[in-house]
Structures are given as C-alpha cells and as structure tokens.
Design a protein around this ligand. Structure first.
Ligand SMILES: Cc1ncc(COP(=O)(O)O)c(C=O)c1O
Length: 480
C-alpha cells in the first residue's frame, strides 16, 4: 500500500518535472547573465574576499533562516560569495575556467548519476573513457594497445600510476620496504604523498635537484641511482614533471626516458597541468620524450576546461602488469584477475566514480581537438606576452622565462625589503579583488605568481595588473 500523496508532499514536489524545469531555467539564466556581464561590461571584481569568520557567519545565518528559498535564490547568494573564475581578472591557480557547456554536462552527470564502478552502472561512460583514453594515448605517441581510465584528480592519478608501476616492477611484497622512487625536488607534493601512502620511507623518496630553470638535473640521475643501489634501495620508478606546479618548469623527458630504459625501471609523467600541450603544434615540443614513458596523467580539469575532478591515467602498452589491485568482490565481478576494462573499479582506487568523462567526451565531439589547441596556444602565448611586459618594466623582475602560462615575478622596490614589499602587494591585490593572483616561494624568495587560465584575458588585463601592483607598492611606500 502506497503512502498518501500529502504525506510525502515535499518529496514528490522535489521530483516534479515542472518544478525542476522552472528552476533550471532560472539557474541557467543566472549563469548566462554573469557570462554576458563579464564579457560586455569590462573588468569587475574577480573576488570579494571576506574573512572566513564573516563567511561562516553569513552562511550560518542563511542556514538558520526559516523563510523558504529556491535554488535560484541560493545560486545568486552562492555566486555573490564566491570567486568568479570566468572573470578576465582570474589568473590564480590552475583551476579551469570551465567551458559553459560543462554546466550542462554537469547537470546530466548529476541527474543520470551513472558511475563507472561496474559495466551496468555506467555502460556509456565506461566505453567513453576507453574511447577518449585511446584517442589521447595515440596523441602522446603511446603504442597500440595503450590502456587507461579516468581518476578523480591528479593526486589520485599519480597514486594509481605509482601503485601500478610497483605491481609492474615485479618486486615481491616481502621486498617492498626497499622500494624507492626518483623525482624532481620541484614535483607536485601529491607524488611524495602518494609514495608515503604506499608505505615508501621518506629517505626512499629520492629528490633530485633542479637546474636554473627548475627542471630536474638529468646529469645527476645516474649518481643518485648508484648511491640508492649501494644503500640497498630498489628504485622502481622515476617521475618526470610536465610541468611543475610552482613555476611551470618542464623536465627533459627524453633524457629521463633514456635513464629509465637503461635501468629497466618504470617511468611515469605527471602532466596534470602541461600534458594538454600535446594538442598544440606550437608547444607540444615541451613534451618531447613523453612517448617513452610507461604511464602519464593529465587533468581534464586544468587546461582542458572541465569541472573537477577528472584526470586521464594512461598506460603505455607492453609494460603494465594489470590487476594492480586485483580486488576480491564477488558482488561486483566473478574473476578478479582479468582486465575487463568495462568494470572500471577493478583498476581505480575509487569504487563509485562519477561519469566526469561526459564533459571531455562532449567537448571533443562538439568542438574537436582544435578547441584544446586554441586554449593552450592562447594561454601559453599570454604567459609569454606577460613575461615580455614584465621585462619592459624597470621595477619588475621575472623569476624565469615562462614556458607555459605560469608566470612568477616580483616588484623590485627602490628601497626596503623586497620579500616584505611583495607580500604586502599580494595582500593588497587580494583585498582589492579586481584580479586574483597567487604567490610562491622560489629558493627562499617570495614571488608573485599568475596562472593565466582564462582565454578571455587580454593585454588590457595584463597591463592593468601591473598597474595595480605599482599602486599597491606606492600605497605601501607612501601611506596616507
Ligand atoms: C603537477 C601537478 N600534479 C598533480 C596535481 C594534483 O592534482 P589534483 O589537484 O587534481 O589532485 C597538481 C595540482 O595542482 C599539479 O599541479
């Protein structure tokens, strides 16, 4: 016997197609209006930074209010209290300025709620992952038969690839305590964290120094390897950065490949950010040698314009021993040892994993690879243009010539402490909110850092930022 309608009124209304349709239209309008406003009304605030306590007070009050609300009303409040990535002044972290179409694919993902765990729960998604991964593997020059899947983020991707490299190394479990990896001192922290999660001792995470452009010193690989072996360590993987997070440096993948082949050890590339350069005729030279790696990751949610978390984990054919996890789960599959790409959870750390592949599949089908080429070329060119502008300014200094859209630089004051001045500038920029930039420490020195992620950002915003920096410095030097 079903319960009466009135008893479940809220629940039934929440599932009503009519209610959904009305609210959906309003939320879409809010998004479209912001996009239009950003593109037609010039640069406005990218961030209106409130103190965490103020933000908490606002939401606590909102949450406690007894009046009814709608999703569209909530959306307006949420957007008002959040950073605007689509603003031309957004030049902060490596978070994608999402393609508007992904707001719609997000809705589809949320509604369908398919997942890739086992075939039946995500039939289209599991196949779409395979198609997209094969397409990308070919781009990277991997051998026919390359495999892979989508993981929930670069950190998860690095961990998954390292676990696979360990399985593929053939080292027996009783010798796991000897295992070591070699990686640039500039690598993203997720690599070290992945190794620690795998139980690799800190002293077995061998950090290789970098050169003046912050790329791994490949001339040191041999001596560090010999020392590791002499110390009784078993190096099973070397990791190349494409590119590093802090300054955007690219390791020489060709030379790392030669080293890995010589010692018959795994070679993984962290291309979370810069892996997308493969789509650019102009910039793919930065990835030369990537075809020699055993595995790589690239984040769709960075340079490939999707919402997070969506990362391609790709294995070259031939070197990967499958069944990295060989999970026993009689309720999911009968044979834990076979590959069965369509049962994705056999190979991922996640059990339930959303179909984020729908974003990338749709982008590829709607716009083709050409959209990635345009995005990479535009943003990397913008990085170079910004670097040239900085070079022309006598009171500005570049950390290094950028090879991507990550640019680190600082203001050089006439007098006073350069680090302190730049810290104050960074704070002032945040308070002002027209631009959102970040900062980093480079060999102990404080630098301003931008990642040009918005393809709509133009010369006007670049010069505008330099102007703001100078204003902030003047305000600091000549307080009223
Ligand atoms: C080079 C690199 N690898 C890995 C990651 C981690 O990626 P995620 O944030 O998707 O976990 C990042 C994040 O910025 C990165 O820059």
């Amino acid at each position: 016997m079903r319960t009466s309608t009135s008893k479940n009124e809220i629940l039934l209304n929440a599932y009503s197609a009519d209610c959904f349709k009305k609210e959906a239209q309003k939320v879409i309008d809010i998004i479209a209006n912001e996009l239009e406003n950003i593109q037609t009304n010039g640069l406005q605030n990218t961030i209106d930074r409130k103190l965490p306590e103020e933000q908490l007070a606002f939401w606590s009050e909102e949450f406690a209010s007894t009046g009814s609300t709608s999703l569209s009303q909530l959306s307006e409040k949420i957007m008002e209290h959040s950073i605007h990535f689509h603003s031309k002044g957004y030049m902060g972290h490596q978070v994608a300025v999402t393609l508007p179409v992904t707001a719609l694919t997000s809705a589809l993902i949320g509604y369908m709620n398919n997942c890739t765990t086992v075939y039946e729960l995500g039939m289209a998604g599991n196949a779409m992952e395979k198609v997209v991964i094969s397409h990308m593997a070919e781009k990277y020059g991997y051998d026919k038969g390359a495999t892979g899947f989508v993981a929930s983020g670069g950190s998860m991707g690095n961990l998954t690839a390292l676990v696979t490299a360990r399985t593929s190394s053939g080292v027996e479990e009783k010798d796991y305590h000897r295992l070591a990896i070699m990686v640039s001192e500039e690598a993203h922290y997720s690599v070290e964290r992945a190794a620690k999660i795998m139980g690799i001792a800190s002293e077995n995470i061998i950090k290789i120094p970098t050169d003046k452009s912050f790329a791994i010193r490949t001339d040191l690989l041999e001596s560090y390897y010999e020392k590791a072996v002499a110390d009784g360590k078993t190096v099973f993987c070397v990791i190349g950065c494409a590119c590093t997070t802090s300054v955007g440096a690219h390791d020489n993948l060709e030379q790392i490949g030669t080293f890995a082949e010589k010692h018959n050890i795994g070679f993984h590339v962290d291309g979370a950010h810069g892996g997308a350069a493969i789509f650019s005729e102009k910039y793919k030279y930065l990835l030369k040698g990537i075809e020699r790696s055993d595995s790589l990751i690239v984040d769709f949610h960075k340079m490939m314009m999707t919402p997070p978390l969506s990362t391609a984990v790709i294995y070259n054919a031939g070197h990967r021993k499958i069944n990295e996890f060989s999970p026993k789960a009689a309720y999911l599959w009968q044979d834990q040892l076979s590959e069965e790409w369509w049962n994705s959870a056999k190979h991922t750390l996640e059990c339930t994993k959303p179909l984020t592949i729908i974003h990338t599949y749709a982008i590829m089908r709607l716009y083709g690879d050409e959209i990635y080429r345009q995005n990479v070329d535009t943003l990397y060119d913008l990085g170079k243009e910004f670097a040239e502008l900085i070079k022309e300014e006598p009171d500005m200094e570049l950390a290094i010539d950028p090879c991507s859209n990550i640019v680190c630089f600082r203001y050089v004051p006439d007098h006073g402490n350069i680090n302190e001045t730049n810290k104050i500038i960074a704070e002032e920029l945040l308070k002002d909110g027209t631009y959102y930039t970040t900062s980093t420490a480079i060999r102990g020195e404080f630098y301003l850092r931008v990642t040009l992620m918005n393809p709509l950002t133009d010369t006007e915003e670049l010069t505008g930022l330099l102007q703001k920096i100078r204003e902030a410095a003047n305000k600091h030097n000549n307080p009223e």
